[in-house]
Write a protein that binds this ligand. Structure first.
Ligand code: TRP
Length: 345
C-alpha cells in the first residue's frame, strides 16, 4: 500500500496525566492511523523540561504517557513508541536547525508568548527554541504527516519553513515538508467547569477534566459535578441545515454542547445524531448515560494503564527497544544532514 511510505510522527509531553481531551483529540486518532501509515509516537521529555519538572514526577509521567499510548491501542510492535531523550539525534539535529531558523520566525510564536507570560526575561532559552526541537523531532524521521491539534499548527508551519530553508540554503531536496493531519470529528474537548476553555492538564481544578487514570467513581463524580445550565438538552432547533451546531446556539450553551460532543465522540456518532437523540432530556439523566458510556470506554484503558504501570521495568524496557528502532531511522538521517552541512566524518 502506497500510504505506508508516508510516515507519521507525533508526540505528547510528559508534563501531567493525559486527559479525555488528549485521548479523543489525539491518541484515539493515532490508533486508527496505524493501519495506513508507518507511525512513530514519542514521549517528548526534552520538551517537558522547557518548564520546570520535578525529576521524579517527570520519570513517572514519561511512563504514564507510554502506558496510555499502549493501553489506548497503539501497538508497540507495529508502531514505534519511545522517549525523546533516549535518541540523541533529536537534540543534535535541533542544534543544526537552530542555525537555520530565524529569530524573527520564533518571535511570532504565540505559544511562547502565552507560556512565558509577563516575565519573559525569566523564561528558559529552551522554551523559546521549543518549536525548533519539534521540527527536529519530525525531520529526523523525514516525517511526512503530523497529527496535531489547533494549538500546534503554527509550530508545524514553522517546521515546514525550516525544512524549506534548509533545502534551499544547501541546495538539496532533502527534507519533505511535513503536513498536518486533522484528526477525527468532534474532538475539541472543553473544560467541565467552563465550556469556553479547553480541557487542559494545567487547569488548577481537577474537576475540569477527566484524566485517563481516573477510575469509574471519579469519572461519575466529575460528570455529576460538571457545569450545565438549568434547561433541558437542546434539540434539532440548534442545528443548521448541514447538521452543525449554530454559532449562536453554541455560544449560549457551551457546556451543554461540550457534554454532547464528548458523548458523540465516545459513541462514534456525529454530533447532530447525538443532539437529536437526547433532545429535551434532563441533564441529570443525560449525565448518567454519559457516565455509563465513558466508564465503558475508558474503564478498560484505565485498568490496562494501571496494569502496565505496576511493572515500570517492563515499560522502561519497551521504551528502550522503541528508542533503538527510532535510532535506526534517525541516525542515518542525522549523518546525511551532517554531510550536507559540511561536518567531517
Ligand atoms: N508540541 C507538541 C504538544 O505540546 C508535542 C510535540 C513535540 C510534537 N514534538 C512533536 C507533536 C512533534 C507533533 C510532532 O502538543
Amino acid at each position: 500500500m502506497t500510504r505506508k511510505s508516508n510516515r507519521i510522527f507525533s508526540g505528547v509531553q510528559p508534563t501531567n496525566n493525559l486527559h479525555l481531551g488528549n485521548y479523543l483529540g489525539a491518541v484515539r486518532n493515532w490508533v486508527r492511523m496505524q493501519k495506513d501509515y508507518e507511525c512513530i509516537f514519542c514521549v517528548v521529555d526534552l520538551h517537558a523540561i522547557t518548564l520546570w519538572q520535578e525529576p521524579a514526577a517527570l520519570r513517572q509521567n514519561t511512563r504514564e504517557v507510554a502506558a496510555a499510548y499502549i493501553a489506548s491501542g497503539i501497538d508497540p510492535d507495529a508502531s514505534i513508541i519511545f522517549a525523546q531523550s533516549q535518541v540523541s539525534a533529536h537534540a543534535q539535529l535541533a542544534w543544526i536547525l537552530n542555525c537555520v531558523a530565524r529569530l524573527g520566525w520564533l518571535n511570532r510564536m504565540t505559544q511562547f508568548k502565552e507560556k512565558a507570560g509577563k516575565n519573559r526575561e525569566n523564561a528558559s532559552v529552551g522554551l523559546y527554541a521549543y518549536p525548533v526541537l519539534m521540527a527536529a523531532d519530525i525531520l529526523a524521521y523525514k516525517g511526512t504527516h503530523v497529527p496535531v491539534g489547533e494549538d500546534q499548527k503554527q509550530h508545524l508551519e514553522l517546521a515546514r519553513d525550516i525544512a524549506q530553508k534548509f533545502n534551499h540554503d544547501y541546495k538539496v531536496d532533502f527534507f519533505p515538508l511535513p503536513e498536518p493531519v486533522i484528526g477525527g470529528p468532534a474532538t475539541r474537548v472543553m473544560s467541565l467547569r467552563d465550556g469556553a476553555k479547553k480541557m487542559s492538564k494545567s487547569d488548577e481544578s481537577d474537576y475540569s477534566r477527566i484524566n485517563m487514570t481516573d477510575d469509574a467513581d471519579t469519572i461519575a463524580l466529575k460528570f455529576r459535578k460538571a457545569k450545565t445550565d438549568p434547561n433541558a438538552l437542546p434539540g434539532p432547533e440548534s442545528l443548521d441545515e448541514r447538521g452543525e451546531v449554530k454559532d449562536e446556539a453554541l455560544a449560549a450553551r457551551p457546556e451543554a454542547f461540550n457534554l454532547l460532543s464528548i458523548h458523540a465522540a465516545l459513541s462514534d456518532a456525529s454530533l447532530s445524531e447525538t443532539v437529536n437523540r437526547f433532545a429535551g432530556m434532563e441533564f441529570s439523566r443525560f449525565k448518567g448515560e454519559l457516565t455509563d458510556l465513558a466508564v465503558a470506554k475508558l474503564g478498560p484503558i484505565n485498568s490496562e494503564m494501571k496494569r502496565l504501570l505496576s511493572h515500570p521495568d517492563e515499560i522502561d524496557a519497551l521504551l528502550r527497544k522503541g528508542a533503538q528502532r527510532a535510532q535506526t531511522i534517525a541516525l542515518p538521517v542525522l549523518r546525511q544532514v551532517e554531510e550536507i552541512v559540511g561536518f567531517l566524518h
